[in-house]
Design a protein around this ligand. Sequence first.
Ligand SMILES: NC(=O)c1ccc[n+]([C@@H]2O[C@H](COP(=O)([O-])OP(=O)(O)OC[C@H]3O[C@@H](n4cnc5c(N)ncnc54)[C@H](O)[C@@H]3O)[C@@H](O)[C@H]2O)c1
Ligand SMILES: N[C@@H](CCC=O)C(=O)O
Length: 543
Amino acid sequence: MATGFFNVPTPTNEPVLSYAPGSKEREELKAALAAARAKEIDVPMYIGGERVTTDNKKPMSPPHDHQHILGHYNEGGSEHVAAAIDAAMAAKSAWADLGWEHRASIFLKAAELLAGPYRAKINAATMLGQSKNAFQAEIDAACEFIDFLRFNVQYMTEIYAQQPNSAPGIWNRVEQRPLEGFVFALTPFNFTAIAGNLPTSAAMMGNTIVWKPSNTQIYSANVLMEVFQEAGVPDGVINLVYVSGPTAGDVIFNHADFGGIHFTGSTGVFQHIWKTIGENIYKYKSYPRIVGETGGKDFIMVHKSSDAKEVATAISRGAFEYQGQKCSAASRAYIPSNLWDDVKDYVVADLATFKMGPTEDFGNFINAVIDEKSFDNIAAYIDGAKASPDVEVIAGGNYDKSKGYFVEPTVLLTKDPKYTTMCEEIFGPVITIYVYDENEFEATMELLDSTSPYALTGSIFGRDRYAVEQATKTLQNAAGNFYINDKPTGAVVGQQPFGGARGSGTNDKAGSMINLLRWVSPRTIKETFVPPKDYRYPFLGED
Ligand SMILES: NC(=O)c1ccc[n+]([C@@H]2O[C@H](COP(=O)([O-])OP(=O)(O)OC[C@H]3O[C@@H](n4cnc5c(N)ncnc54)[C@H](O)[C@@H]3O)[C@@H](O)[C@H]2O)c1
Ligand SMILES: N[C@@H](CCC=O)C(=O)O
């Protein structure tokens, strides 16, 4: 067998295409949208390379047009979860033994497929299934996932290259074994890139996977699986099942071979999972790796020296892109009294120009929220705000689910800095503003830091460098991704490794070496070239 020390292609961020009128990519995307809408599909589970169907067919619809059927997915039960674990365990040794360069090659090929022949298809599936506009789909399903794949391959090689020193006469080596057992990838609805990254990052390091996506992301998960198969991911390495969360959890968290969970989703679900794993700890062969990136109550903190228009733009984009359904979305802002009138005028003017509607109309900046449960939850927060004497609705406040789950981008102004919507994650297009005395900057930051249990993303705006430095220090633990004079969303793989602490997760930074290290179990090997043949120390010879 030929071998060598291989370098992988140097990763660079995938360019974001413009989808401008008349562009080739726009035409291709429009064609992919039309083709997807025209044909109902039957989406199987994938277990050990088998396409598994059941009698339990569940409809999939665009959130912005809930009467249209895109197709059905086949819902499984606990027996399918058990079969997926068996398939992952059966595929394990061949996959773990495969030369790393072949694993790298498979995932680099997946990146190329997504950048080229599958780009329009994965973006169209994300636009229809998750109601993302063309730009939001492009930065997620195409670019971010391509970046995850390419950069993770590079980080994998850097991990393998890290080796210890060796004293004369010995050779020390560290090998990076995959975890014993299987890895459970449990993924959210809101980013196709995250749904793809959670199973592939662990698989890249030699693990085999049971993947359970959110029901509302299955339509695009099916395209990802098609890409994985075409890229050459062997049967059984990534097994995709559609079951309820508790059904998956009951089987997986009771299994002796459960090796780790790669989770992204809400804080409540993650805390429940952690507790269950703790209660079952004696059942497992190893201590399972627990990686979870969860919710946020992301902030924009504004100093009196800021530019009001820059702040307003950060609010308009940071709070409302993808209907505020980003874990990083700005959902509370602290505005100094000297700037409020201007910031308010600019934000209200921006919102008046937002167009809301289906993703197939490329002129729409705002689309629908993901499903009825989410719509009702957001509407209840808005109703609560309307009824509260402490809150004024500055913009938006209306909603309508007759055709799709549409919620107007909504700006609330509160007199109470601890009002519910300043503390709780809403996960929708709602931001709450608290206007503070412009001379109370330090005290307001202390208030911000103690208002919510989360610490995911946050921004400081200011032209006064002393104020920016003060905020950077005071808010050190308030966000895992901290932005200066920028909105708190839009982290790019390889540039701003992403994740938060406190209630927001284990901060293992998706798309970084830190994350990949969680999916290996290092073994240190010491080899002695000429072993001693006498147990005595030299000084034991003579008195
Ligand atoms: N920090 C991050 O990087 C990040 C990124 C994206 C989303 N998020 C968070 O994800 C949430 C939105 O996504 P979501 O609505 O899909 O989250 P969710 O927690 O509802 O679901 C996530 C996954 O867990 C499953 N699940 C739900 N209940 C379960 C249970 N009891 N047992 C086992 N599995 C269960 C779901 O089916 C889904 O696959 C928000 O809170 C958001 O902040 C965080
Ligand atoms: N990484 C994304 C958020 C992912 C969570 O939903 C961002 O930085 O905006």
